[in-house]
Structures are given as structure tokens and as C-alpha cells.
Design a protein around this ligand. Structure first.
Ligand code: ADP
Ligand code: ZN
Ligand code: ZN
Length: 734
């Protein structure tokens, strides 16, 4: 019947049909089938036609041949996914315990129809004079017009020459003109390109190491302004010269306008920019430009990692520690992990750049898995801002119970008086469930996990959201005996009003994560701040990035505690990174900036490390704690979150599934390579009318694969009615 078969991954299937399917190749398609091309197939009993991707072409098949259906069509002329990326696809499915179709989604573009325009041109090899042309003159008009140019769009011809479509069609029929589809992309970068700068010694050394080392992946650890971006561009242009394509990833497009501009000025129309704000059509156009090798450098957010490249030079991940590199939807992949895997499979390289590398990445460098390159000096000697830690307990003693300390108040006043600007930093809302002492800074933490416990009104108890253990809410501070121990509130909801009262003449704006979904709103505030139409800008995490303004002289972190006590094992790491970045917002120009960190825990090592810009102190202490309390990078932590509108069903299912897992991991628990906790309510138990229950499992590397198999069996073999499953591997994001 058939002598060629294809294995196909299908799009959009339920869990129970998440497998590879075999189809027979009819003779008419034998020459078209190839790994990495899309196909159309019948699926199910009906005549449903769905899309798939060929992952292998075989001459035999061990499936009963009479049951095999024929392939209907091959969509692509050449593969859209390389062999290496097919391997990555399989790897992603294993690594992040997702479906084939989830992984497939990353690599296949949304297609839109109209990215090509119909053009016509004169047939070159024909002598036009031989053809009989109507004497209406219209046909001649078209021919004359086309003599002076390669081709023109049919729409343009009709409009410019005021001829009818029939005129053009006639010429095509007479074989005078031929049609072609021309890619509808107008390059708008007309300006001259920037010359590369002459690299300094540090930069030269970094480039040499990256280009010549046997290692595949590099951590470029360098303070802001040490010239990392210049290094990235240099390496990328080396690969460009070899005809290789590269990927430049940034945490978030809207926050990195300056970097993208710099790339455009350096590489002009060799750049394709990928981001989620593009229309589907524009996104597809950019995808095609890369696929057709019109663009050699892909700049974009994490999804740009899957651009259709078959000759990878380098993948750069700038600000590699950012949470935006972890996907929020299945597969919940970690961009850094996937990029490193890709480099190993495809022969390209990876550069991870950061001033505050993630602990995981730095640990990989310490253990030799990636190569560490340090750039400690700034290119242009700039004054580092002064950072002052403010003990909020002292403020309370002084009778000031507002969330603005006296010193910060004075500094804001001074900045405003000198027509300088102020940035005030608050934490994201939603997590204020921890309990602390306003006298001595003591916080209630889990003694097993060293994570802040969350207050639960029911039962007046504190609960750890990893291991589920509970403590009674203390009546007095166990450390200093004070009764000022209570649920922490930074009072951030009212900050804007408060600041308004304190500084009635200042122009104040607030920038929330909520309003950030709207790029325009973000850009308006960004521009107003840049143009000094705003005096005080209040905002969350996002202010830590991209706001490089020389006129900012006061930066205040209103509550470092709200960060430090986020109920996540990596809260300290995130706090260190944020404070370091936020501080970097002050004094970018000639003026010296002043940074104030308000806290009830002035002695905390993270606060000290951030103040002194001491990455080593942070690293040593934090690694020690991670080891002691068994968290990554020393162990894997897997989170399975069940989500449902129906609370009763959710609780029941979470428990049943937990028992199934418990039974299956018995041996591993006995051999002490696995810790299984009980299901616990998510920190934000109810969100958008859905309830969420977490299960945490810690597992050593040598048993990770076994555990994943179990998780797949329990949670992924078939869809659970009314319940969504979200699985996170070592990616507890804040
Ligand atoms: P980073 O990416 O580490 O923050 P950048 O590459 O943006 O650092 O460099 C910081 C500033 O120094 C930029 O304004 C950049 O143009 C400038 N710069 C970088 N390298 C050089 C160089 N070799 N010579 C002169 N200026 C440089
Ligand atoms: Zn106390
Ligand atoms: Zn715990």
C-alpha cells in the first residue's frame, strides 16, 4: 500500500490524544515529505482535517497497515522547523511535562493570508515589439511604465495609470506580463548606521573568550554601563559576517526601547523585531523575513527564541535574571534553559548578561557548566548613588507612622525644589499576608522552609505555602516581647493620596502593573516623565528597568520588607536584584542620586548586600540557605497547581491525586531522594472566580525523570473534567 510513512505531531489535541501519529504517504506526495514541514491530515472518525508537523519520515511502520490513513497534503515547500528544533520540541515536552501540541505552538507561526501583494513585470526574454498590442493605448501605457522598473503591484498600476484590471489581465494572457507575489514589507529604517565603537580592554577580552572558547554558554556578569550591550553587538556582527543568524532577547519590549533603537541603528534592516504587541500579520511578516534570510538578527521577548533560524550564531539573553524569561503559560519553559539546550544541539553559542545574575545561572558558572566573564568597571566613570538604609522602627519611635520616613521626605522636598525628579518604588499588590514586629523586624517564618508564613483568618493561624505546616498567630513578638506584632501592611493603596497631601504642588503619576498591559499608557507616562512633565513617579517592579533619566535624584524603596517577605523561596534573590536595579535609576547624569531603602529589618544581609553592591555577600549567604533548606539549585522543586471554578471538586481531586502520587513515590521517599508535601491552598486562593490548590514536591536530580513520569501518569494522561493543571519546574515566580 504505502512504502513511505510519516510520524506527525498534531495541533490542538486533548491530553488523551497527546501522541505521535503515523500516516501513509501517497505516491503523489513522496517527493514533498520532509521532517519539519507542516501537513494536513484526517483525524478521528469524522472527516476532520487538522494541521500537523512531520517529525520523521520512515520506510517502515509497525502499526497495522490497514488502519493507516493517507496524508492529505504537505503545506510547506521547505521545512519550517529544523531537525535540531524538533529535538528541542521533544525535550521541552519532557522537561516541562506538557503536551506535544503545547511545544509545537512555540515553533509554528500564526499564518495570515495577505502578506504577499500581487505584482506584475515584463517578461524579460520576450521581445515586446512582436506582440500585437491594442491601440487603446492603455496596454502601451502599462508596458512603458514597467520598462523603467522591475515590477509594480497590480493595485498601484490600476491607481496610478488609471487603467482597468482587464487591461493587465489581457497582457498576462498574451504572455507579455508575468505575475509574481511580492512580500509586503516596507523597510522604514532609512538612516545611516552607527559605526561600531572601539572596544576597551574588558570588552575585547570578553569577545575573544566568547568567540574562541570551547564552551557553549557564557555568563557575562557586568554592572550596568560596563559595556555589555556593545559586546553583544560585536559578537552578533562577527556571526553576521559568517552568514549566521542571531537572536537578541530582552525582558520586555516596551521597557527596552533604547536597546532596540541601538540595535536598529547598528544593523538597520538586518533586524527583525518580534513582540506580542505586533498584529498577527506583522508578526508573520517578521517571521517570514527571518525564515527567508532577509533578516539576520531577531530582537524580541522570550518567544523570539523560536524564530525560524537554521544557522544559529549566538543567542543573547540580556538581563537574564528577569522573571519574564519564564513562560506563564504551558509549556512553562525557562528561556535560559532552553537557549543553552539549543546551543548544545545546534552549534551556536549563548550569552547570558546581567548585573545581578540569577542564583541558578551563577551556580552553573561556579560548577563549570557555563563560562564566567566579569566586567567590573563602567565604561564612563559615573558616580554611584549613595544608598541609605532607613530603619522604620525608629520612625515609629519618633512618632512618625506614615510610610514616608523623615529623611526620604526631606530628600523629595530637596529634589522638587531643584526641579529634579523622584521615583518611589512599591511592591506589586496582592501579597501582604505576612506577619512582622514593628519594633524589631521579626517575621514569622516556616522553620522547615525559611519562607514567610501567610496569615489565615480562619483559625487565626500562620501557614507555610510550601509544606503546609501551621503555627498559631503569636500574640507577642517572640524575639523582643513587643505587642506590635501584626499583619504587615505597607499601606501602598493610599500612597498616591498621601504623597499628594505631602506635596500638593508636585505633579504625581502612578504606574501600575495593571495599566502596563496598555503599551500606550506606558509610553505616555514614560515620555511625560522624560520631558519632565511629572515630578514624582510612583510605581511597581517595572520602574526598575529602562528608566534611564539623568534628572532623577531621589529614589525611594518604600518597603523593602514587602519584597523580602514574599512567600517564595527566592524572595531574597528577587529583593537583591530589584533594589540593585532600582538604585541604578538614581544619578544617571552629572547629579549625584540619593537612594533610600525603608525597612524594619535594617540588619538583613540582603539589604546590606544591596546597599554595598556586594554580589558576593548575597551569593554566599543565599547559597548557604538554599542548601540548608533544600531549594534550587541544590534540589528540584516541582509545583503542580490545580485550578477550578468548582471549589468542592477541586479540593476532592487535589486530595485524590495527591494520594495517587504518594503511593507512586513511596520508594523514593524511603530512599530520601524525594519530599512530598500535602496539597495547600495557593497564596491567592481565589483569582478571577477560580480556586487554586498547590502541591509541592522536592526531588533530587537522579530521580527527577522518574518523578516526571509519575506526574505525567497522574495529571496528564487524560483531561480532568472542570479542572486545569499547571505544572512548574523550578520556576516559582513572584
Ligand atoms: P551595559 O549594556 O553593560 O549597560 P552599554 O554597552 O550600554 O553597557 O554601555 C554603556 C555606555 O557606554 C553606552 O552609552 C555605550 O554607548 C558606551 N560605551 C560602551 N562601550 C564603549 C566603548 N568601547 N567606547 C565608548 N563608549 C562605550
Ligand atoms: Zn519584635
Ligand atoms: Zn514550610
Amino acid at each position: 500500500m504505502y512504502n513511505t510513512f510519516v510520524q506527525v505531531i498534531l495541533d490542538n489535541l486533548s491530553k488523551s490524544t497527546d501522541q505521535i501519529y503515523t500516516y501513509g504517504v501517497p505516491d503523489s506526495l513522496i517527493n514533498s515529505v520532509e521532517e519539519g514541514k507542516r501537513v494536513k491530515v484526517n483525524f478521528g472518525r469524522g472527516k476532520n482535517i487538522i494541521d500537523g508537523l512531520i517529525v520523521s519520515v520512515d520506510s517502515a511502520c509497525d502499526y497495522p497497515i490497514e488502519k493507516i490513513k493517507p496524508l492529505i497534503a504537505v503545506t510547506d515547500e521547505r521545512p519550517i522547523v529544523t531537525k535540531e528544533m524538533i529535538k528541542i520540541l521533544f525535550w521541552i515536552r519532557e522537561r516541562y511535562i506538557c503536551k506535544y501540541s503545547d511545544a509545537l505552538k512555540l515553533m509554528v507561526p500564526y499564518e495570515t493570508q495577505s502578506v504577499y501583494e500581487k505584482h506584475v513585470r515584463l517578461k524579460e526574454d520576450k521581445d515586446i515589439s512582436k506582440y500585437k498590442i491594442n491601440k487603446t493605448g492603455n496596454q502601451l501605457k502599462v508596458i512603458e511604465y514597467l520598462k523603467s522598473r522591475k515590477s509594480e503591484s497590480v493595485a498601484q498600476l490600476i491607481e496610478k495609470l488609471n487603467v482597468s484590471k482587464a487591461v493587465i489581465n489581457n497582457l498576462i494572457k498574451k504572455d507579455v506580463l508575468e505575475e509574481e507575489l511580492v512580500f509586503e514589507y516596507k523597510d522604514r529604517t532609512g538612516h545611516e548606521l552607527d559605526e561600531p565603537l572601539t572596544l576597551n580592554e574588558d570588552q575585547k577580552k570578553a569577545c575573544e573568550i566568547i568567540l574562541n572558547s570551547d564552551k557553549k554558554a557564557f555568563l557575562l556578569h557586568g554592572v550596568t554601563g560596563s559595556g555589555k550591550t556593545e559586546v553583544y553587538m560585536n559578537i552578533i556582527s562577527e556571526y553576521l559576517r559568517e552568514g549566521k543568524q542571531s537572536i537578541m532577547l530582552v525582558p520586555e519590549i516596551s521597557l527596552t526601547a533604547q536597546t532596540i533603537d541601538r540595535f536598529k541603528r547598528r544593523f538597520g534592516n538586518k533586524i527583525a523585531v518580534f513582540h506580542s504587541k505586533l498584529s498577527k500579520k506583522d508578526r508573520y511578516i517578521q517571521w517570514l523575513r527571518v525564515y527567508n534570510k532577509e533578516a539576520y538578527i531577531v530582537v524580541g521577548a522570550r518567544s523570539a527564541l523560536f524564530a525560524p533560524i537554521d544557522n544559529l550564531g549566538v543567542i543573547v539573553i540580556d538581563e537574564e535574571h528577569e522573571d519574564t524569561y519564564i513562560s506563564g503559560t504551558a509549556p512553562k519553559y525557562n528561556t535560559v534553559e532552553v537557549a543553552i539546550k539549543m546551543a548544545y544541539m545546534s552549534g551556536g553559542k549563548v550569552i547570558l548578561g546581567s548585573a545581578t545574575p540569577s542564583l541558578n545561572t551563577y551556580h552553573m558558572a561556579m560548577t563549570g557548566r557555563i563560562e564566567l566573564i566579569e566586567m567590573n568597571k563602567r565604561v564612563k566613570e559615573a558616580q554611584m548613588p549613595e544608598i541609605e538604609i532607613i530603619n522604620m522602627a525608629d520612625e515609629l519611635d519618633k512618632g512618625n507612622n506614615s510610610i514616608i520616613s523623615e529623611v526620604l521626605y526631606e530628600s523629595i522636598r530637596k529634589s522638587l525644589k531643584q526641579k529634579e525628579q523622584v521615583i518611589l518604588f512599591l511592591n506589586k499588590r496582592g501579597y501582604s499576608g505576612f506577619v512582622s514586629c514593628k519594633k524589631c523586624g521579626y517575621t514569622v517564618r516556616c522553620s522547615r522552609c525559611d519562607v514567610s508564613m501567610t496569615y489565615h483568618l480562619v483559625g487565626n493561624i500562620m501557614k507555610c505555602h510550601y509544606c503546609g505546616s501551621a503555627k498559631r498567630m503569636p500574640g507577642k513578638c517572640p524575639r523582643c516581647g513587643s505587642d506590635k506584632i501584626e499583619q504587615f501592611s505597607a499601606g501602598t493603596q493610599h500612597v498616591e493620596k498621601l504623597i499628594n497631601n505631602l506635596f500638593p504642588h508636585a505633579r504625581i503619576e502612578r504606574m501600575d502593573l495593571d495599566s502596563m498591559t496598555d503599551t500606550e499608557a506606558y509610553e505616555n507616562i514614560y515620555n511625560d516623565f522624560k520631558n519632565k512633565k511629572i515630578d514624582i513617579l510612583i510605581g511597581t517592579q517595572m520602574l526598575a528597568k529602562g528608566f534611564d533619566f539623568p534628572n532623577v535624584t531621589t529614589v525611594g524603596v518604600l518597603s523593602a520588607d514587602a519584597l523580602l517577605n514574599l512567600p517564595f523561596y527566592n524572595a531574597s534573590e528577587k529583593t537583591f536584584q530589584l533594589i540593585t536595579q532600582v538604585s541604578g535609576r538614581a544619578g544617571r547624569g552629572d547629579k549625584i542620586g540619593r537612594v533610600y531603602i525603608q525597612t524594619y529589618e535594617p540588619g538583613n544581609f540582603i539589604i546590606k548586600a544591596a546597599k554595598n553592591n556586594d554580589y558576593d555577600l548575597f551569593l554566599r549567604q543565599e547559597l548557604k540557605l538554599r542548601k540548608e533548606f533544600a531549594f534550587p539549585p541544590f534540589i528540584n522543586i516541582i509545583n503542580i497547581c490545580l485550578i477550578s471554578k468548582n471549589e468542592e471538586e477541586l479540593v476532592k481531586t487535589a486530595h485524590e491525586k495527591y494520594l495517587e502520587v504518594k503511593e507512586a513515590v513511596k520508594e523514593m521517599v524511603k530512599e530520601r531522594s524525594l519530599l512530598l508535601y500535602r496539597p495547600v491552598p495557593h497564596n491567592i486562593y481565589k483569582l478571577n472566580n477560580e480556586y487554586r490548590i498547590n502541591l509541592y514536591i522536592k526531588v533530587s536530580n537522579n530521580r527527577l525523570a522518574d518523578l516526571k513520569k509519575i506526574i505525567r501518569t497522574v495529571y496528564m494522561e487524560k483531561d480532568i473534567e472542570n479542572i486545569k493543571v499547571s505544572i512548574n519546574i523550578n520556576t516559582d515566580t513572584i
